[in-house]
Design a protein around this ligand. Structure first.
Ligand code: SIN
Length: 490
């Protein structure tokens, strides 16, 4: 990997401001998903080192408090500058370990940076309240204080921005963090730790505990069981989110969960066809369909169905599959064999139940995890591909007749993260936005993610919001202070 600043590539974990190895010296391989080549051998930590990281974070609480809101805002601003200065190196590291096309990695670095900029602005605005008292001898104050030590567990699909979305509000509020990044993509996380140090983060304010798939359970258990950790923020699958929430119950930890989606993408007869197709491409093929807000089910009204399908098919045929660092690549590989197996299973089930594959539908070769853009029609709610999150480049088409049917289809699964629809009817805009049981709705757009917006889901897609003014809420505790003996003079 050619980097301008080779000091950004780290293979040790980061605990208490120090780069450390596992106590037993063990390491695990991080590989390029496009070629299978080994990129680095990263420290494989266990529960013991995790406890040390938690202690280090506990020690950093007072240091972050001493900085004050203005000092924490300045820290986040300096970290954003570091991210900007090293953006190209960060993007190259990300593409190497995650596989996404370089332009998408550059966009993710900017997306992540925006959280540090946004929460630098929020840090001085974590206001408390003075409430009119019920009697004249009392005074009622509402204080907002940091939750305490936070733990974060982040996914491989956005190796940097999903950390930024948690770390920025945590630091703004004064909460130190222990992060366990995904085993497939620890390098971007370690780079962030290096840049946080360069930006002047106090030792222990941001700890990165790296481990592989086999070590993840022990590290996760240590984070969930520790009474010192007051909050867990997790982005990942619904199944793992439920498990972690259960484990956090033993210490009544605060839990934020950003879990799986199953986004419907509705196109009504009155939609702008060209805009709907372009929006569909973004909503489906960003990161090769491996995002929790990826359009999973395309629900298309009967009058526009044929035109939408044919135009989308034409655009899909132009998408280029390849390594993320090759010019012109639109779609990289799937992250691993497990991701590929899921895509294949869902498509097999759809075929067996009568769906027609119009484009793609088979892996590129037996050696890699590249999977082509795939178009399937005749998809029904009985098929697994309708009910499960695909996490791959498959467009499924389902026809509907009227608005009520569209809403019923859209709200069918238990997921409730993000929904999209295209329509030029303003009245329908309000009706449909209100009726969709989702935490986020994109209207006439296929891309909704930004730092100013409260990102999160309802139903089995999660708890809490990240980003926006709401993003700080999960990192502050409300304390009520009652002053007695405050009779007015005279
Ligand atoms: C995710 O896939 O978890 C996040 C996607 C986004 O922030 O756009």
């Amino acid at each position: 990997m050619e980097l301008t600043d080779s000091g950004l590539l780290k293979a040790q974990a980061h605990v208490g401001g120090t780069w450390v190895d596992a106590d037993d010296g063990s390491r695990f391989a991080v590989r390029d998903p496009a070629s299978g080549a080994e990129l680095a051998r990263v420290a494989r930590l266990s529960a013991t080192e995790t406890m040390r990281a938690i202690d280090a974070a506990d020690g950093a609480l007072a240091k972050l408090a001493r900085l004050g809101a203005a000092g924490r805002a300045a820290l986040l601003t300096r970290l954003a500058s570091e991210l900007e200065r090293h953006a190209e190196d960060l993007a190259r590291i990300m593409t190497a370990e995650q596989g996404k096309p370089l332009p998408e990695s550059r966009a993710e670095v900017a997306y992540g940076r925006a959280f540090f900029e946004w929460f630098a602005g929020e840090a001085p605005r974590i206001y408390g309240r003075v409430v009119p008292p019920p009697s004249d001898d009392k005074r009622v104050l509402v204080l907002r204080q940091p939750v305490g030590v936070g733990a974060a567990i982040t996914p491989w699909n956005f190796p940097s921005a999903m950390i930024a979305r948690k770390l920025a509000p945590a630091l703004a509020a004064g909460c130190p963090m222990v992060l366990k990044p995904a085993e497939a993509t620890p390098l971007s996380a370690l780079t962030l730790a290096e840049l946080a140090s360069r930006a002047g983060a106090p030792d222990g304010a941001f700890n990165v505990v790296t481990t592989d798939a086999d070590g993840a359970d022990a590290v996760g258990r240590a984070l969930c069981a520790s009474p010192v950790v007051r909050k867990l923020s997790f982005t990942g699958s619904t199944a793992v989110g439920k498990l972690l929430a259960g484990r956090c119950a033993s210490t009544v930890k605060r839990v934020s969960l950003e879990l799986g989606g199953n986004a419907p993408f509705l196109v009504f007869d009155d939609a702008d066809l060209e805009a709907a197709v372009e929006g569909a491409l973004i909503a489906k093929f960003r990161n090769c369909g491996q995002t929790c807000v990826s359009a999973n089910r395309f629900l298309i009204q009967a009058g526009i169905y044929d035109a939408f399908r044919d135009r989308l098919r034409g655009r899909m045929e132009t998408l280029q599959l390849g390594p993320g660092d090759r010019d012109g690549t639109d779609l990289g590989p799937l992250i691993d064999g497990q991701g590929l197996a899921k895509v294949e299973r869902l498509l097999d089930d759809a075929r067996e139940h009568g769906a027609d594959v119009l484009l793609g539908g088979a892996r590129v070769d037996a050696q890699t995890t590249f999977y082509p853009p795939t178009l399937v029609e005749g998809v029904t709610p009985q098929m697994e591909i309708f009910r499960e999150e695909i996490f791959g480049p498959i467009v499924t088409l389902t026809r509907f007749d009227d608005e009520a049917e569209a809403i019923a289809l859209a709200n069918d699964p238990r997921a409730g993260l993000c929904a999209y629809y295209y329509s030029r009817d303003l009245g329908r805009g309000f009706r449909v936005s209100e009726a969709l049981e989702y935490g986020m709705v994109g209207v006439n757009t296929g891309l909704i993610s930004n730092a100013a917006a409260p990102f999160g889901g309802v139903k089995e897609s999660g708890l809490g919001r990240e980003g926006g003014a709401e993003g700080i809420e999960d990192w502050v505790e409300t304390k009520y202070v009652c002053f007695g003996d405050c009779h007015p003079t005279g």
